[in-house]
Design a protein around this ligand. Structure first.
Ligand code: FAD
Length: 314
């Protein structure tokens, strides 16, 4: 099974370790490294999580052009190695790679999978999270984009036998060149869609300034901060952190929703979270219906107390 590696500054991203873990349960994982930066450290990580092979295509061309070269690289590997399936991360880029690869190989594609089992049957949560679907690709090589945090990464050593791959890019793949890269200023918090824990605030937080209590709780847990659309529309928190149908989709191990009512559009972005904790002063708030653990109370009291208790554990 081919697993497209997501990497930054030569470091393998956590989602790739999740995909390798998933691939191992269904076959023999082979990692595909696209672009420069392959190192002993990267090899070590891929081996640690069970990659039996690593196909290394380290030409700068692959990352100098937008998305298309990665699809061409995978398509050439599908043609020459006939993998049982191809797994990519269900990120904006991963999904675009998956779609292009499906067209190139005449295969079926499944995106936003939150699980993958025997026979490559994928679990998806659709229609705003209201329906769970099990789907299987019925044509070509199954291409499956799996959401980050769907599987807990578990180490199990693999040989990570390295094989260099040269790919001759077509002119079409060079149609859009990246001319500049600007590094996004990043705080100490993890990226929202990749975080194992997300703490989100809604209208109940009351103001932009009061989001500080949400941030403090998030920091005590090493979590990312999210927000409902009511909070982002009010200008209390940037739109980039909106969770939901028109925001980001998250699927962390733990999602804490404070002062959020649980509108269908919000739930669509978070209800595949493994454990959901709700803090809301209204016991009738719809979000309690999907909570694993609910606290009925004023978030202005509950959130700081929670932060304090967590700090005591350290
Ligand atoms: C096309 C479309 C797309 C949308 N996309 C999104 C989306 O991507 N994401 C999204 O979030 N929304 C989205 N919405 C908006 C969505 O319908 C809701 O309006 C929004 O999610 C409500 O946000 P909220 O839960 O923060 O606010 P509210 O619904 O107003 O809920 C606030 C909650 O806070 C509680 N509360 C108040 N004070 C306190 C306190 N002191 N302590 C504890 N609890 C308190 C209240 O009891 C209440 O349950 C979309 C809507 C449409 C029409």
């Amino acid at each position: 099974m081919l697993v497209l590696v997501e990497h930054v500054d030569g470091d393998v991203k956590k989602v790739t370790l999740e995909l390798l873990t998933l691939a191992r349960s269904l076959g023999e994982p082979a990692a595909v490294w696209a672009g420069p930066g392959y190192s002993e450290i990267a090899k070590g990580r891929l081996a640690e999580f069970g990659a039996e092979r690593v196909y290394v295509a380290d030409s700068a061309d692959i990352v100098d052009y937008v998305v298309a070269p990665k699809a061409e690289l995978l398509a050439s590997l599908v043609a020459s190695r006939s993998p049982a399936a191809v797994l990519v991360a269900s990120t904006a880029e991963g999904k675009e790679v998956a779609g292009r690869l499906a067209v190139k190989t005449g295969s079926g594609v499944i995106t936003d999978a939150v699980g993958l089992g025997e026979g490559f049957i994928a679990d998806q949560s659709i229609f705003g999270g209201g329906v769970n679907v099990h789907s299987r690709v019925s044509k070509g090589t199954p291409i499956i984009a799996v959401r980050p945090n769907s599987t807990a990464p578990v180490p199990a050593p693999g040989a990570a036998v390295e094989e260099k791959v040269d790919v001759a890019l077509t002119d079409a793949a060079r149609a859009a060149k990246i001319v500049e890269r600007v590094k996004q200023e990043k705080g100490a918090r993890p990226e929202l869609t990749e975080a194992a824990i997300v703490v989100s605030g809604g209208r109940g937080v009351g103001s932009g300034e009061n989001f500080a209590i949400i941030e403090k709780l998030a920091d005590s847990l090493g979590a990312a901060v999210g927000a409902s659309r009511a909070a982002t529309d009010a200008g209390w928190y940037p739109h980039a952190f909106q969770v939901g149908q028109t925001g980001k989709t998250v699927s962390p191990q733990l999602y804490i929703a404070a002062g959020i009512s649980g509108a269908i559009q919000h739930r669509a972005g978070m209800q595949t979270s493994k454990t959901i904790v709700v803090i809301n002063k209204d016991p009738e708030a719809p979000i309690f219906a999907i909570a694993d653990f609910g606290i009925v109370g004023d978030l202005n009291q509950v959130v700081p107390q929670l932060t304090e208790e967590i700090a005591k554990r350290e």
